[in-house]
Every structure is written in C-alpha cells, then in structure tokens.
Design a binder for this molecule. Structure first.
Ligand SMILES: *[C@@H]1O[C@H](CO)[C@@H](O)[C@H](O)[C@H]1NC(C)=O
Ligand SMILES: *[C@@H]1O[C@H](CO)[C@@H](O)[C@H](O)[C@H]1NC(C)=O
Ligand SMILES: *[C@@H]1O[C@H](CO)[C@@H](O)[C@H](O)[C@H]1NC(C)=O
Ligand SMILES: *[C@@H]1O[C@H](CO)[C@@H](O)[C@H](O)[C@H]1NC(C)=O
Length: 206
C-alpha cells in the first residue's frame, strides 16, 4: 500500500501539461507524514541548490554531457514544476529543443539506439512527456512502443540491477502506457523480505 501511495505521489509530479501555478507544496509528499517543516525546508533548499548546480553544468549547446539531457530536464521539472511552463524563458525553450536534437540524433544511429540502456530510454521518455511531447509520436517515432519491447525483452537472468528496469516501468506508467503485469511480477520476485531490492552495479548493460 505504501509503495503504491508513494508511486502515485511521485507520478503526481508528472502532470505538468495541466499545471501552471505551483500550489503550496504538501510537505507530507516528501518523506511521508512524519516530515516536519524543518526537514521540508532543508529538502527544499537542497533541491534548489541541486537545480542551480545542474543548470551550471549545462553545456554551450544547451544540453548536458554523457547523453544526460533527458535526466537533467526531468530533474529540473521535478524540482520546479513551473520550469518548463516559463514560455518567456529562452533558456527553457533552447534546452527542450536540445532534448529533441539529442533524442533524434540517437534514433538516427539505429545501432546505438537499440543498444541504449533501458533506463536511459526511460529517462528520455519521461523527459519528453514532462515537456509535453507525445513520446508515442515523436517526429514519427514511437518511443513508447520501443520501450515496451525493451521491457518485454529484458533478460532478468542477466542482471542484478533493477534500477534501469524500474525507470523504464515508471516511464510507461507516468505516460499512461500499460505496464505489463509480468513486469510488476518480475519486480515483486526480486524484492527482499525487508522490502528492499538488490543492487548490482554494471554487471551487464541494459
Ligand atoms: C524534524 O525532523 C528532523 C529530521 O527527521 C529532526 O532532526 C528534528 O528534530 C525534527 N524537528 C521537530 C521539531 O520535530
Ligand atoms: C521555477 O521556475 C520558474 C520558471 O523558470 C522560475 O521563475 C522560478 O524562479 C523557479 N523557482 C525556483 C524556486 O527556482
Ligand atoms: C500520441 O500519439 C499517438 C500515436 O500517433 C496517438 O494515438 C495519441 O492519441 C497521441 N496522444 C496524444 C495525447 O495526443
Ligand atoms: C532464466 O533462468 C530461468 C531459471 O534458471 C530459466 O528457466 C529461463 O529460461 C531463463 N530465461 C532466459 C531468458 O534465459
């Protein structure tokens, strides 16, 4: 129950296309009902500091190195829902344009797009969705369908790291695509008795 609640709270941050005014933040959505004002303020100020740092890392072409423009935009949007809606801001527009360029460039290299980690693909799908693109029809490319295939083909025998896989599921879920029951079952199978998931770094690339 808690897990679901948390997921929905997280997904609540993904309805940016309809939100133009940021309401007073509900602090209980940060770390559960125990969150007090002091903690909430500290989290908020960390969020702002982190956003500033992220903006500081932006490259001259308005993207981020290491193909991380998707995840950077997603973070900025999660930290500040009005970020993208600031249509006056040339910076936000150029950044989103760079996201388009980066994703199209990756798609044009068919091989590298096929090989792209399923987590990175999830980040791109979420960033596109968060910036009001239709990832099922992104300049004629159906990124969501591709993501679905990648989730279906995910070989659970070859990994101990479910972080990228979870990101892919989150991307399906947050953009309104159907999440296969089998995928939820896969995650449930690897969940430990303490509620945690195993984390193995970089055994295989997914
Ligand atoms: C608020 O939460 C923080 C972190 O959990 C804790 O250190 C602090 O004592 C709490 N303050 C109050 C007034 O409860
Ligand atoms: C959130 O983004 C908007 C639009 O770019 C900006 O005006 C505002 O200052 C940002 N808020 C914070 C707390 O950074
Ligand atoms: C997104 O694109 C797909 C495929 O073209 C279309 O079926 C769907 O209605 C579009 N969704 C929205 C919200 O426009
Ligand atoms: C993964 O391992 C299980 C149990 O060892 C086996 O039954 C299954 O066929 C394997 N799946 C793949 C895709 O190799």
């Amino acid at each position: 129950m808690f897990k679901l609640k948390f997921l929905w709270q997280f997904l609540g941050l993904f309805s940016p296309c309809f939100v133009s005014v940021l309401p007073t933040p509900d602090v209980t959505s940060i770390c559960g009902p125990e969150t007090n004002q002091t903690l909430a303020q500290r989290i908020q100020s960390s969020q702002w500091k982190a956003s500033d740092w992220l903006l500081d890392q932006q490259t001259e072409d308005w993207g981020w190195d290491f193909l991380s423009t998707g995840s950077a935009i997603l973070s900025l949007q999660l930290a500040n829902e009005t970020w993208k809606n600031d249509l006056e801001s040339m910076e936000a527009q150029l950044t989103i344009k760079q996201l388009n360029i980066e994703v199209l460039r990756e798609i044009s290299h068919r091989h590298s797009f096929k090989e792209m980690s399923v987590g990175k693909l999830g980040y791109y799908a979420m960033a596109l969705h968060a910036s009001c693109h239709n990832a099922s029809n992104f300049h004629g490319h159906n990124i969501m369908k591709h993501l679905h295939h990648r989730v279906d083909d995910f070989d659970t025998n070859q990994t101990k790291n479910y972080f990228p896989y979870s990101l892919a599921l989150l991307a399906l879920c947050s953009s309104g695509s159907e999440v296969p029951h089998s995928a939820i079952a896969t995650l449930e199978e690897v969940q430990g008795d303490d509620g945690c998931f195993p984390f193995g770094v970089g055994l295989f690339h997914h």
